[in-house]
Design a binder for this molecule. Structure first.
Ligand SMILES: N[C@@H](CCC(=O)N[C@@H](CS)C(=O)NCC(=O)O)C(=O)O
Length: 205
């Protein structure tokens, strides 16, 4: 593993930065968890590629710093650094395509209660979600994770996503997909991830 210094910039929320935080926890790698709000965010926004967060600042051994925006680019980068990307090119592609599908699910979650189409979108999501989970269930391999016995960033991103699903839907959301339920539990039971979940800052989302 290259010896880099990491700073992860995001708001004081789990949101789109949380999978990266779980990956740091699992790898046991130190980083600065920078949480910006108000004036501090307004001052920093112009420095952020695309004016958004999360962004990961990586300082290499020569002191040069590299700013990586976009949550999934950050996760892919960390997956490669931490040995969570998959061991061969097809497993790497499998973790990639699963993560694209998780993002499809994430983007359909209706967070904004003030949206005039809130009820309609919630209804659509309620119909979509069980079908999406059913489609994912066969992708859990015999070893218990999406790539088999080996934990990957796909398992981590999925488990963070299910946290949100449990919060916005209900705690039984995975009851009809036992393999996914077990996978999530195995990820949450990883000692370093469990420690992060217990000690992380408490935020609404
Ligand atoms: N596709 C980007 C989306 C980033 C994004 O939407 N960031 C939001 C927070 S979740 C943001 O920075 N909002 C503040 C702003 O746009 O000023 C990613 O996955 O990182």
């Amino acid at each position: 593993m290259a010896s880099y210094k990491y700073k992860l910039y995001y708001f004081n929320a789990r949101g789109r930065a949380e999978p990266a935080r779980w990956m740091f926890a699992q790898a046991g790698v130190e980083y600065e968890d920078v949480r910006l709000a108000g004036e501090k965010w307004i001052a920093k926004k112009p420095d952020m590629p695309f004016g958004q967060m999360p962004a990961l600042e990586v300082t290499d051994s020569s002191g040069k710093s590299h700013l990586i925006p976009q949550s999934r680019a950050i996760e892919r980068f960390l997956a490669k650094q931490f040995g969570l990307a998959g061991k061969n090119e097809f497993d790497i592609a499998r973790a990639d395509f699963l993560n694209e599908y998780f993002n499809d699910i994430f983007q359909k979650i209706v967070f904004n209660k003030k949206d005039p189409d809130y009820e309609k979108k919630c209804k659509e999501f309620d119909e979509f979600l069980p079908q999406a989970l059913e489609k994912l269930e066969p992708f859990v391999r015999d070893g218990g994770y999406f790539l088999g016995k080996e934990l990957s960033w796909a398992d981590i991103v999925f488990s963070v996503l299910t946290d949100i699903l449990i919060q916005v839907k209900d705690s039984n959301v995975l009851d009809k997909t036992p393999k996914l339920k077990k996978l999530r539990q195995s990820v949450c039971d990883q000692p370093k991830i469990a420690e992060w979940i217990t000690n992380r800052p408490k935020t609404d989302f």
